[in-house]
Write a protein that binds this ligand. Sequence first.
Ligand SMILES: Nc1ncnc2c1ncn2[C@@H]1O[C@H](COP(=O)(O)OP(=O)(O)OP(=O)(O)O)[C@@H](O)[C@H]1O
Ligand SMILES: [Mg+2]
Length: 234
Amino acid sequence: MGTLELRDVVKHYAGGAETVKAVDGVSLTVAGGEFIALYGPSGSGKTTLLMLAAALASPDSGSILFDGRDIGEFSERDGARYRRVDVGFVFQTFHLLAHTSALDNATIKLTGDGCTLREARRRALPWLERVGLAERVEQTPETLSMGERQRVAIARALANEPRLLLADEPTGNLDSRRSREVIALMRDICHERAIPGVLVTHDSDATRFVDRVYTLRDGHLADGMDPQLAASSL
Ligand SMILES: Nc1ncnc2c1ncn2[C@@H]1O[C@H](COP(=O)(O)OP(=O)(O)OP(=O)(O)O)[C@@H](O)[C@H]1O
Ligand SMILES: [Mg+2]
């Protein structure tokens, strides 16, 4: 059973005049079967933490372990394999392929991992149905609403049955009912498949449907803060 573990992770960005400390000593563990929220205001380091967990960036210090393996030690090839096979990532900006049907967008990781297109479509279709897009599978992103695009991105992240789910503001474009459904779906997947999941959000309502909430401020964890209370002081 995979566990995601962050140990004293620090990440800076070298900007123009000054260096930004985007992540400032974060330690947390997400066990298999647990769906947590990283909650915090804009600029608090949420996306940066997800990028580090997905091996899309490396920490300046500290370590990140998945399933006991230090992902900072991965070769480029290991990192690519980890992202392709182990990680299901829902990007804040979707990253869907234009002029490509919802169904074929959802198959990308499967075909990238050697599935035939026919097999990939067979496996991806139930995920599009599960996010409520059964009627939209042939439509391209340009013809879908923002919320529908977001749900395609979620189906794509789940279609290859990842061992770790990372979702960056996956409900930013959804209404509150759909948002609750999508979060509950991701939580249920994590529970069913016993995989760790991390939801990044600045929506305090979204945090009601996860197993545990970590509040981020200026790149570090503010322990034990009730997100509803924290929301009133953001
Ligand atoms: N590539 C970059 N170069 C320089 N600074 C960056 C870069 N990416 C992020 N930052 C800075 O790091 C900090 C954390 O950014 P991050 O994107 O992780 O925040 P966030 O919590 O995801 O915000 P949001 O809710 O707006 O998406 C911010 O101050 C941001 O300006
Ligand atoms: Mg972000």
